[in-house]
Each structure stands twice: as structure tokens, then as C-alpha cells.
Design a protein around this ligand. Structure first.
Ligand SMILES: [Zn+2]
Length: 382
């Protein structure tokens, strides 16, 4: 089995892994990059390689994992795209604002096939299995197996999510783990407390930009006080809360109640005298694009809680001291990754979705040596 690292290694974004076995060629994810760093926005694979692909399997509907599907179709890919039904439901609302118009058009001819988390998919000699990731409703980790060789691709996972379920990882030969947070050791519960304390220290209006899927419901669960939700988010959040099998017990009812009680806010309304949740989480798309500069102009405090790509409005606001940042974990902390590495028994570990510097920091803590692979590298699993 040959594994091609087409994107997301030594960098955050454009996550994309090629798996080659006999005549089967798969992509696991096809993401795009939203920062303004030098280098390509899209995965590093040629039109000829796209044309040769059997299928693409998508882990979840975030743009850094699925936002390059239209680009793949516009550049020679002709196969099927596999994702869970829940990811397919969220894909358009979650990704479309990040896409170029031509790529959006290409998506009209996407042949989408659905799978259930845990249902094996067979492509020739290769079997792809999956499990719920705890990161988004519909989000999964993926494992590609041929005879006694297997590649585990964690994609984005949250091992101890109070909201969503993560299924145990299978044993594997090589694991590509989610190292988005490098060696960050702070437990999620501590971060939740910090977010709540920040909100309590800023009574009245405050703005909480967050992705449409993943982290919005986590924030709603974390904040004990009444909140406002941008009206454009409501239908998507309600849809996610209908997918009960992805949630931890007793959370759906609580969240449905909080969403039902939340004030629906829209442009033209005065700032609500309570936290306002709006999308996206970086200021690149959605109502956040206007609300972030608006809040800055009106002196409304802003708190970012997730990844801020270089050059994004969110990063600018934090760097300028005009907004606060407290990470609300939706990726593994250092200790969670130590646990994941032990659980999957992999002899080789490679981290995705962070810089080489962050990998170097995490490396001494892991029980198995972390390989410093970069986008463009190839790995042979013997
Ligand atoms: Zn994600």
C-alpha cells in the first residue's frame, strides 16, 4: 500500500491523503487552505492523478477537509464521492462560501454516495472502515486496510467530547493523527471554564464567531446563560440536533431547549445584551464578515475560540488587540493524542493539520516516534 500526502502535512488546511493499492486509487479528504501563506490553496496532485482516482472518501464537511471537491471535479476527477448522509446534508452550507464560482458549478456533477459510520466500503482489495469522530455530526475517522496492512486516518477527532460520541480507533500499521493543537496540554474542561469566565467578565453584548458546524453546539452547551444565535444558523443547528445517534446521552434534549430559548438575532436588530453566536469562526464567510468589523466599531467585545488562519479577519482582530482568543477544544489535546496513539497500536505515527514546529513540540511526549512528514511525501506500508 502506498500513501501519498497531498495536503495538510507540515501545514494547516488542504488535508488530502492518497491511498494506492493494486489498481485502486483513493483520496481520503480533499480540503482547501484558507490562510494567506505562500503555496497552493489546493492539494498537491496533478490532473493526471485526479483522472486516475477510483473514488474520494470524505471525513467531514469542514472546508479544510472537503472544500476542494469542486476543484477535483473541475480538474479531471470522474469517480464517486463517499460521505455520510449527515456530512452530505451539511456540505453545501458549510463549504460553498469558500469555493470559487467555477468549482461550485463543478459540484453539480458530483456523484455522491452515502455510507453509515462503521459500514465497510470495498474498493477492489482495499476496505475502508470508519467510526464517529466526536468532531462534527456526520464526521468520521477512516481506516484503509488491505490484508494485514492498514492505514488509519484520524481526520479531526475529539476523544472526550461532552457533546458528540467518538468510536474507539482500530489497530493499524500506520496512523495519521490530528495534531492541530501540537503539544497543548490544557484539558478541555479547563478551557470551557475560561470561556465561561470571559463571558461573565463581559456582561452585556459580546460576539462569539464560530463555524456553522462543529463548535457552535459545543459553545451552546458550555454557556450557562441565555444567548442569541444569528438567525441564519438556526436551521442548520436544528438539523444537526435531529441526528440523535451522534450525540452523547442527555445532550440533545438540553441543546434543543437552549436553541428554542435562544434569541434569534439578525442584522438591523440592536446588539443583544448577551453573547451572540454567529458564523463563520474566522470572519472569512457568513454574517461574521460584517459583524466582526461592526462589533469592533461599536466597542462590542469579541471572543474567538478556534483556528484563525494567517491573514483572516479573526487573526487581524486578535493581533491588533481588538478581540480575545480562548481555544475551545474540538481537536485532541496532547494527552488525548498520547491515549489515541496507545489505543491504535501503530508502529508509525504521522501528524496532520499543524506546522513542523508544533510537531516538534509534541514529538517528545508521544509513546511512538512521530515522523516529521510533509505534504508531497510518500509512505510505503510494507
Ligand atoms: Zn474539522
Amino acid at each position: 500500500m502506498k500513501v501519498h500526502l497531498y495536503g495538510g502535512f507540515g501545514e494547516k488546511g488542504r488535508t488530502c491523503i492518497g491511498v494506492e493499492c493494486c489498481s485502486v486509487r483513493l483520496l481520503l479528504d480533499a480540503g482547501l487552505k484558507t490562510d494567506n501563506c505562500p503555496g497552493s490553496v489546493y492539494p498537491a496532485l496533478s490532473p493526471a492523478a485526479l483522472n486516475d482516482l477510483t473514488a474520494i472518501v470524505i471525513s467531514h464537511a469542514h472546508e479544510d477537509h472537503a472544500g476542494a471537491l469542486g476543484w477535483c471535479l473541475a480538474n479531471g476527477f470522474k469517480g464517486e464521492v463517499w460521505m455520510t448522509r449527515e456530512t452530505a446534508q451539511d456540505f453545501e452550507t458549510s463549504c460553498s462560501d469558500y469555493l470559487e464560482a467555477a468549482h461550485k458549478k463543478s459540484l453539480q456533477r458530483m456523484a455522491t454516495r452515502h455510507f453509515e459510520a462503521g459500514q465497510p466500503l470495498r474498493f477492489g482489495d482495499l476496505t475502508v472502515t470508519s467510526g464517529r469522530s466526536g468532531h462534527t455530526v456526520g464526521g468520521v475517522w477512516l481506516a484503509a486496510t488491505q490484508a494485514d496492512k492498514s492505514l488509519l486516518y484520524c481526520a479531526d477527532v475529539v476523544p472526550q467530547s461532552p457533546l458528540l460520541i467518538m468510536d474507539p480507533l482500530p489497530n493499524c500499521t500506520v496512523a495519521l493523527i490530528d495534531t492541530s493543537y501540537g503539544d497543548d496540554p490544557v484539558p478541555p474542561a479547563h478551557r470551557v471554564r475560561q470561556v465561561v469566565e470571559w463571558i461573565q467578565a463581559h456582561p452585556g453584548a459580546c460576539l462569539l464567531p464560530t463555524p456553522l458546524i462543529g463548535r457552535s453546539l459545543e459553545l451552546m452547551l458550555a454557556i450557562p446563560s441565555p444567548i442569541s444565535v444569528h438567525v441564519q444558523m438556526v436551521a442548520t443547528l436544528e438539523q444537526q440536533l435531529r441526528q440523535v445517534s451522534w450525540f452523547q446521552p442527555n445532550t440533545v434534549q438540553e441543546l434543543r431547549q437552549r436553541l428554542a430559548n435562544a434569541n434569534r438575532w439578525q442584522e438591523g436588530d440592536p446588539w443583544p445584551q448577551q453573547p451572540l453566536i454567529c458564523h463563520d469562526g474566522m470572519g472569512l464567510t457568513g454574517p461574521s464578515r460584517q459583524l466582526i468589523p461592526g462589533a469592533q466599531a461599536d466597542g462590542v467585545p469579541i471572543l474567538f475560540t478556534g483556528h484563525l488562519p494567517a491573514g483572516s479577519p479573526g487573526e487581524h482582530a486578535v493581533k491588533a488587540g481588538a478581540a480575545a482568543f480562548i481555544r475551545l477544544p474540538t481537536h485532541p489535546t496532547r494527552d488525548e493524542n498520547i491515549g489515541l496513539v496507545r489505543a491504535c497500536g501503530a508502529a508509525r505515527i504521522i501528524g496532520h493539520s499543524c506546522t513542523e514546529l508544533a510537531l516538534e513540540a509534541l514529538r517528545p511526549h508521544l509513546p511512538v516516534s512521530l515522523e516529521l512528514a510533509k505534504t508531497g511525501d510518500r509512505i510505503d506500508i510494507q
